[in-house]
Design a protein around this ligand. Structure first.
Ligand code: ATP
Ligand code: MG
Length: 274
């Protein structure tokens, strides 16, 4: 897959804060992240994790270097707000829910610029809250929900516009370990089911162990980048995401049809084509 467009690619990404006492929060970060990856970013406090996430989500502009999202150079995108609303979902440690709006209304908020009809927005908000297991809590205010439930509302909100990328900055930082595990399990499912590319900043090695790849940061640089998932799992995922993989999920008949349409003589041939 040489001509693959990465979901996210950074080239020599640098972010310097301040004028007098300058802080080099990111120092020449070059990374490639494929569509559908599920990865964590770890590293000591102040190492640049949140800064990196903000650049990847186009929340802020770099001092120098480039960010490409799905092949698109962020420096050339004029309306970053719209781009972000349509392509990226954010989940934060402190949930950032609007306290005076109930769960359903909070999930509706990001759709306001994108989906005109209130009825459609409400339907989708209900669907998403169902997806995160909160159908019975739709009308509750954030203050009436537990920490884990609030974070699930935040995840439903992040999914509102079906973003290809979900960025989560310490999403379990405020949760007890059981609720935290639930949140990570949910993100894992979203990664599998919706094939969303998910990046989680965490201090918790137990969270990192559940992802396929771990980036470690020190002083604004990536000091380590390793894949923890079983190598076959990656291959399998690629296979599942392929045309034949999708057809197989629909059943043998669909798969045979897929092969027939391509007039491929053997499965071997098909596999080498993917
Ligand atoms: N808006 C800002 N203005 C000035 N300096 C900043 C700003 N935001 C971050 N920094 C500095 O940039 C460096 C990286 O910060 P960042 O928030 O990315 O770290 P982090 O790895 O997310 O840390 P933590 O684990 O504590 O959240 C730190 O030294 C921080 O003080
Ligand atoms: Mg941070």
């Amino acid at each position: 897959m040489n001509d693959e467009t990465y979901m996210i690619e950074t080239r020599d990404l640098t972010k310097i804060y301040g004028n007098g006492a300058e802080v080099r929060a990111l120092d020449g970060v070059s990374i490639c992240i494929r569509r559908g990856e599920f990865l964590t970013v770890m590293g000591p406090s102040g190492s640049g994790k949140s800064t990196l996430l903000n650049m990847l989500g186009a929340l802020d502009r770099p001092t120098s270097g480039q960010v490409f999202i799905n092949g698109q150079d962020m420096a050339r995108v004029k309306d970053l707000d719209t781009f972000r609303a349509e392509s990226v979902g954010f989940v934060f440690q402190i949930y950032n829910l609007i306290p005076t709006l109930n769960a359903k209304e909070n999930v509706e908020v990001p759709m306001m610029g994108q989906v005109r009809s209130r009825r459609q927005r409400m339907r989708r908000a209900k669907e998403l809250l169902g997806l995160v297991g909160l159908e019975a809590r739709m009308d509750h205010l954030p203050g009436q929900l537990s920490g884990g439930q609030r974070q699930r509302v935040a995840i439903a909100r992040a999914l509102a516009n079906q973003p290809a990328i979900i960025l989560a900055d310490e999403p379990t930082g405020n949760l007890d370990s059981e609720s935290g595990e639930g949140v990570i399990r949910l993100l894992r499912e979203l990664n599998r089911e919706l094939e969303a590319t998910i990046i989680i900043v965490t201090h918790d090695p137990a969270v990192a162990r559940q992802t396929q790849r771990v980036l470690v940061m020190h002083d604004g640089k990536i000091s380590d980048d390793h894949t923890v998932g079983h190598p076959f799992e990656e291959d399998l995922k690629e296979f599942r995401n392929s045309g034949l993989g999708a057809a197989l999920r629909q059943g043998d008949a669909a798969a045979l049809q897929w092969i027939k349409e391509r007039e491929l003589k053997s499965l071997r041939h098909v596999v080498s084509e993917i």
